[in-house]
Design a protein around this ligand. Sequence first.
Ligand SMILES: NC(=O)c1ccc[n+]([C@@H]2O[C@H](COP(=O)([O-])OP(=O)(O)OC[C@H]3O[C@@H](n4cnc5c(N)ncnc54)[C@H](O)[C@@H]3O)[C@@H](O)[C@H]2O)c1
Length: 340
Amino acid sequence: MKPSMMRSACQLLRRRSYSSTSGQPERKVAILGAAGGIGQPLALLMKLNPLVSSLSLYDIAGTPGVAADISHINTPALAKGFMGEDQLKEALEGSDVVIIPAGVPRKPGMTRDDLFNINAGIVKNLATAIAKYCPNALVNMISNPVNSTVPIAAEVFKKAGTYDEKRLFGVTTLDVVRAKTFYAGKANVPVTDVNVPVVGGHAGITILPLFSQATPATNALSHEDIKALTKRTQDGGTEVVEAKAGKGSATLSMAYAGAVFADACLKGLNGVPDIVECSYVQSTVTELPFFASKVKLGKNGVEEVLGLGELSDFEKEGLENLKGELKSSIEKGIKFANEN
Ligand SMILES: NC(=O)c1ccc[n+]([C@@H]2O[C@H](COP(=O)([O-])OP(=O)(O)OC[C@H]3O[C@@H](n4cnc5c(N)ncnc54)[C@H](O)[C@@H]3O)[C@@H](O)[C@H]2O)c1
């Protein structure tokens, strides 16, 4: 190639990469609970995400410091802190994705449901503000118990007349992250190649990893191995709660999982094809109104809720066993939202 042709080819390439960057839609992401154990590392990861142009960090305390710190990182996302309810409007307005890790975490001996009394009220208030200030945002609910907080948010949005089932997600990505890690270790396959769907809900036995569909497939695992992997995935959160011995629950792995899920939502919004993640959403996959399964993400949020695929007998049994608990957690959330 002549040097002049080479130069114009390089210029074209430069122009293309420049125009594809500037042509990317501006995206605002808000994190509610941004000064917490999950909120801070999640804020860091979202500040590093090139799809984010504006990062809004909201909490009832501590966000000026977190925002000042994060805003010095030389990535394009513009980070701003907001503290207290009178700044919630500004924090939320114009948001494309709102991530909610606000609320108290577990201590040893507690179940996720024990958090209900405190977190249900927090989620209800935040959902009310979302309905008012950014009703079109995709909501990524991290606050536990997710099995109930998602139905609470749905009820609040219904009452406000803003509910769109395509835009409300319970974040169950950490269950998938754990299932992938534990499977890779046991099956001795490269962890970055592993995929494992996790369905059901996000607490104890409602977490149902489908190791029969794990890829790369292996026949190195016995039924006992699968049972043990399933139990470890279901108890993964408790493993961390006990190891932290009173200092909270998973924060770093949760921030990673939250960032993976928010990135998938942003890619879907931007029209990137074939984005699929497991999430706890309004569903007709089973008779339960909310259920986690693989979800295809698109320009409006949920594009398609995918079915369960073929289950092993062990998974079929797990599915039947989880329905009672999941049903009552959903009903508890709906009741709370309508009575309080
Ligand atoms: N979905 C999951 O897989 C998963 C995993 C781990 C933890 N969690 C849940 O995430 C939540 C947060 O955990 P954490 O370890 O970050 O807790 P944390 O206590 O460290 O942080 C929570 C933050 O929420 C803030 N907050 C409280 N009330 C608020 C309100 N009304 N508005 C805005 N912010 C408010 C607090 O000030 C605090 O900064 C807990 O409910 C926990 O159970 C979910």
